[in-house]
Ligand binder design. Structure first.
Ligand SMILES: Cc1cc2nc3c(=O)[nH]c(=O)nc-3n(C[C@H](O)[C@H](O)[C@H](O)COP(=O)(O)OP(=O)(O)OC[C@H]3O[C@@H](n4cnc5c(N)ncnc54)[C@H](O)[C@@H]3O)c2cc1C
Length: 309
């Protein structure tokens, strides 16, 4: 991992910096590149515009680690509201959540109950609930809760990280569920014993897991979503889908708002199913630092915002 990436990921965990940066106008200007606004209505409006161009969306409220279950209940209520708004606006949007925002650090039982309520509402409103995957210390608990959700609800999917050594085994264990899986490379700083430190190896692992998922999609046994901006991988998996016989509606590509926007539109125009993940909320600092860490050259945009560009 590059020094710049390590430094940015370390900064992402600083509460002091988060407090400082959230107040600075230049930082708020810079973050606009990756989110339409802090208000969920700004994201819903952006989702409406993307829908007119044939792109679906994933919507996520950014949050910090919680200090009480009351806060988790507020997050649950927010997503219940979001499901209703998605239905009222009739847009192809799906909520994507982090279990730590639902109180995973405080009570696994309460967290499960709260997420179950959102899964039920997503299903009832014709949407679909995605569970993000966080750092490796949460993976076992996330898998356990995902299995509980799937016992009661069909319309729930889970993200898995290609960089983790354990992911091939996790994917194999989930396959009997006919799962919806969003494969991503992985965004956290992990030790080499847990995650592959070399990017080339992560890319190879992504391709291999992606191929397995497309083979399963062709048999109607999985719904893969590839959450990546890596156009080589997207092309490779698109070609592989044709070879495997996985039709265009049986898998998706997902990218973040503000990244590779032109490619997202091009892929959708070419008949691929594409979703844009839009984030909103005031607690954007750690998330934003992870975006900078993915491409330290992005720090340039922050510098430009600093001088008013
Ligand atoms: C829809 C979606 C959902 C995600 N969900 C999760 C999750 O639940 N858990 C998790 O750990 N991670 C998640 N991630 C983040 C993911 O793990 C990677 O950190 C992130 O996608 C960067 O890797 P990449 O696949 O785009 O490939 P890379 O090889 O890092 O990037 C490929 C190319 O894309 C461009 N690019 C990539 N990132 C940026 C950026 N930030 N700014 C500008 N250009 C960029 C660059 O040109 C780069 O060369 C998600 C990503 C997406 C797109």
């Amino acid at each position: 991992m590059s020094l710049a990436r390590q430094a940015l990921l370390r900064m992402s965990r600083s509460r002091w910096l988060a407090g400082q940066m959230s107040k600075r106008a230049f930082a708020r200007r810079a973050v606009r590149r990756f989110m339409p606004g802090e208000d969920p209505e700004a994201s819903l409006a952006a989702a409406g515009v993307l829908a007119t161009k044939g792109l679906g969306t994933l919507l996520t409220q950014l949050g910090e680690n919680l200090t009480s279950l009351d806060e988790a209940a507020q997050v649950r209520d927010h997503y219940l509201w979001l499901c209703d708004r998605i239905q009222a606006l009739d847009i192809p949007s799906q909520p994507s959540i982090k279990l730590t925002q639902f109180g995973l650090d405080l009570s696994e039982a309460a967290c499960t109950e709260y997420v179950m309520a959102v899964a039920a509402r997503a299903e009832a409103t014709g949407s679909f609930l995605w569970v993000d995957i966080e750092d490796s210390s949460y993976v076992d608990r996330t898998l356990a809760i995902f299995r509980k959700l799937r016992e009661r609800h069909e319309k729930v999917g889970l993200a898995l990280q290609a960089y983790l050594h354990r992911t091939p085994a996790d994917l194999a264990a989930l396959m009997p569920l006919n799962p919806a899986i969003r494969l991503v490379k992985g965004a956290y700083a992990e030790p080499p014993a847990v995650a592959m430190p070399v990017k080339r190896d992560v890319d190879k692992a992504f391709a291999s897991l992606g191929e397995q998922m497309l083979d399963a999609a062709a048999r109607g046994e999985a719904f893969p979503v590839f959450g990546t901006h890596d156009l080589n991988l997207v092309q490779h998996l698109t070609d592989y889908a044709v070879k495997a016989g996985a039709t265009d509606g049986s898998w998706e590509i997902a990218m973040l708002y503000g990244i590779r926007a032109a490619e997202q539109h091009r892929l959708a125009a070419e008949g691929r199913r594409v979703r844009t993940l839009i984030s909103y909320g005031e607690h954007w600092f750690p998330w934003y630092m992870r975006r900078l860490a993915e491409r330290p050259a992005n720090v340039w945009f922050v510098m430009k915002s600093l001088v008013g560009g």
